[in-house]
Design a protein around this ligand. Structure first.
Ligand code: ZN
Length: 355
């Protein structure tokens, strides 16, 4: 499979809008990319998309969450401006002064997130991030009736409006939703490779899951349905490598290979995944045997769909392979495409090592 195809899949997925709870357009993109490369495709009641390439070996589930951070319109002001609440956990510093799209039943509307000008803020206000309650979406209208006539309703979702692109001819890509369209692109690529090139007997499932950013709400249902022998989460990992981050705090680097999940724990709750030693060793062994660059991922304050999948049913052996990213949970996330390739190579090699 050419890396050009995977670049196109990454761009196509990243430039699709799929805020948590409204991921269908992303699922349809995955279905388009996997057309002809799988035996079954279904959409469940929650909106998870599940694809299957049949085999007579162990049952393996790849899972990549399809949703991206966004907002939900909560109120339309008298003057036409929209108020919103978060869909997913935002970095508050990133919310204001952005181009956004409001996804209405009549189609997409353009807007910007605004707030009071800095000239009239108090000293206290300038010293902190602007809370979301003090931010509004301006859609160019002057009255509630005018906004409603454009098609806005309370409950419409809002996404960042930003076209992803490679920076200056480098392998570095920036996009609004590389968390987790990068994982979705890797998942599609792996299924295409296994379908086209073979080399494995596994009964392979690939799931685009929903509402991960709202608390891993979709993946558990997929695991309950599939009951896999193994699951592998494809997501993004926090990378350091900038001058203000000590290497011992975030040692994962862009361009240094796929990040193999060893230990994630969100320390103010139960969420996380301590990957069984045998599984870590199997994945790292596949990397060593095939000369694929990888790095070990031990990160606090983070969790993935690995939590609900590992703890589903009678328990599932669940690991993870992630793409290192900077500026995570902002509209300007950055990754190195070579790590996307390494993640696809390693996932394919690990699947083939299972038989
Ligand atoms: Zn993610």
């Amino acid at each position: 499979m050419s890396s050009e195809t995977m670049r196109e899949m990454l761009r196509g997925l990243d430039n699709t809008a799929g805020v948590s709870g409204r991921e269908r357009a992303v699922g349809l993109k995955l279905r388009e990319f996997l057309d002809g490369y799988c035996d079954e495709s279904r959409e469940d009641a929650l909106g998870n998309f599940i694809f299957r390439k049949r085999g007579d070996g162990p049952k393996v589930l790849l899972a990549a969450h399809m949703d991206e951070l966004g907002f939900v319109v909560s109120f339309i002001e008298e003057n036409g401006m929209l108020r919103m609440v978060p869909a997913g956990w935002h970095d508050d510093r990133m919310v204001v002064d952005q181009d956004v799209l409001i996804h209405t039943r009549k189609g997409d509307l353009q807007g910007v997130t605004g707030s009071k000008p800095s000239h009239i803020l108090t000293a206290e206000e300038t010293s902190r991030a602007i809370p979301m309650k003090d931010i509004y979406i301006d859609v160019g209208t002057k009255s509630r009736a005018e906004s409603e006539a454009l098609g806005v309703h309370v409950g419409d979702v809002v996404s960042f409006d930003r076209a992803g692109h490679f920076l200056n001819g480098t392998d570095v890509y920036t996009g609004k939703s590389i968390d987790n369209r990068a994982g979705c692109a890797v998942m599609a690529e792996v299924m295409r490779r296994i379908a086209k090139e073979g080399g494995s007997r596994v009964d392979l499932y690939a799931a685009g899951t929903v509402q991960e950013e709202l608390g891993f709400r979709g993946a558990g249902a997929v695991a309950t349905r599939v009951q896999p022998d193994y699951a592998l989460i494809l997501d993004v990992a926090l990378a350091g490598g900038s001058p203000d981050i000590p290497e011992n705090l975030l040692p994962i680097k862009l361009g240094a290979g796929a990040a193999v999940t060893v230990y994630h724990w969100w320390n103010d709750g139960p969420w996380g995944n301590s990957v069984p030693q045998s599984l870590v060793d199997g994945i790292v062994g596949a990397a060593e045997t095939n000369g694929i660059p990888c790095q070990l991922d031990v990160t606090m304050g983070t969790a993935t769909d690995g939590y609900p999948i590992a703890t589903s049913g009678q328990g599932v052996l669940t690991g993870g392979i992630s793409i290192p990213t900077r500026y995570i949970h902002t509209a300007v996330g950055i990754l190195d495409f070579r790590d996307v390739c390494a993640a696809a190579d390693l996932t394919t090699a690990w699947i083939r090592s299972l038989g």
